[in-house]
Design a protein. Structure first.
Length: 329
């Protein structure tokens, strides 16, 4: 019997209109464009503005674009996985909301929480469903409205994050293309360095938690930075090693856009030159789970990724979670 692999057959991406530039941030907090650019690589981020707009409102255009490009109707989708840290509500899942709003009436779906590594975790999960032979069309979405949980008086975090969404369609293939291998890791002892303190069952929302600003991102930047440099670079390196590949074999590295210095370290570790690294952190900042699918969508749109190319995705996030995925296009 021919081996079934899981191939990405369409991609969609969405970023909101509003640009929060470094110049605007200079008027809000004690910072400057030069510091932000040299320490993070970010020049501007997109913010979802407007009453009543949530993460699902960015998922919808991304999924609709994907359906249009592939020429399929939402009714044909079997399953939708939305990876996010900013669901519309704690429950029900954002996947359910998206399916309802786009008319994916035959799909089941759920949300997946693995912070900035969420897209890779969801991609691997969806790929297994396809490889099992049970499902034919699975949509994987990475989306976050980080502006909902960013404290715009905290200069150590508000300079980093932005909003956006990206989606891919997974379908069975027998052409030896698709998701080839994934190396995924998590270590819960990293939870102390990057989290949201309140709003979960540990510390339900109260006037006290709101006053203490515990519904915003808490980050101890330096330990996160060190773990991210090591985690993302090691995962990409080990994944290539176990597939007998080197950076020379890879057409594109599509890393999570956390910090340009973390991306540079990953590329260096696997011996890839900057020209083969997808970089859009300067335009969008860190969009958490959306960053890899948005970068993939842009790379594909620009014609950078061609049939047969090997693409390496790499991510690191809160948890800690990290990993790398190898795709033959
Ligand atoms: C947050 C981060 C950019 C900070 O950069 P850093 O090089 O570690 O900077 P430090 O925290 O050591 O701060 C250096 C100085 O800059 C100051 N500083 C911090 N934020 C600043 C800002 N926005 N503007 C100007 N100065 C700032 C600090 O107060 C500190 O000043 P001091 O030396 O007088 O105490 C960096 O730690 C980082 O990127 N961490 C990982 C974040 C990440 O990727 N998170 C998501 C994981 S997926």
């Amino acid at each position: 019997m021919q081996k079934i692999t899981s191939a990405i057959t369409a991609i969609g991406g969405y970023v909101p209109e509003y640009r929060l530039t470094n110049a605007i941030l200079e008027t809000m907090i004690d910072t400057n464009d030069e510091w932000i650019k040299t320490r993070t690589g970010v020049e501007e981020r997109r913010i979802l503005k407007g009453e009543g707009l949530a993460t699902s409102d960015m998922c919808i255009p991304a999924v609709q674009e994907l359906c249009k490009k592939r020429g399929i109707l939402p009714e044909e989708i079997d399953c939708m996985i939305v990876a996010t840290v900013t669901p519309d509500m704690v429950f029900p899942s954002t996947a359910n909301i998206v399916c309802d709003k786009i008319g994916a009436v035959n799909a089941w779906g759920f949300d997946l929480s693995a912070a900035c590594s969420g897209f890779l975790f969801a991609l691997t999960t969806g790929a297994s469903f396809i490889e099992s032979g049970r499902y034919k069309k699975i949509v994987i979405v990475g989306a976050d409205k980080m502006s909902a949980i960013v404290d715009y008086t905290d200069r150590t975090t508000c300079i980093i994050f932005g909003d956006g969404a990206g989606a891919v369609l997974l379908e069975p293939s027998t052409d030896d293309n698709g998701i080839m291998d994934s190396l995924l890791k998590s270590d819960g002892s990293g939870r102390n360095f990057l989290h949201m303190k309140a709003g979960g069952s540990l510390k339900p929302a109260s006037i006290k938690t709101v006053e203490a600003k515990e519904h915003f991102i808490f980050q101890d930047g330096q330990p996160v930075f060190k773990a991210a440099v090591k985690g993302m670079a090691d995962a990409a390196y080990d994944l290539l090693q176990r597939n007998n590949l080197t950076g020379d074999d890879i057409a594109w590295l599509v890393p999570h856009q956390a910090n340009k210095r973390i991306i540079d370290a990953t590329a260096k570790r696997i011996g890839m030159s900057n020209e083969k690294v997808m970089l859009n952190i300067q335009r969008y900042g860190n969009t958490t789970v959306a960053s890899i699918p948005i970068a993939l969508a842009e790379a594909y749109q620009a014609g950078h990724v061609k049939k047969g190319d090997l693409v390496c995705l790499a991510a690191f996030g809160s948890g800690f979670t990290w990993g790398a995925t190898l795709i033959r296009w």
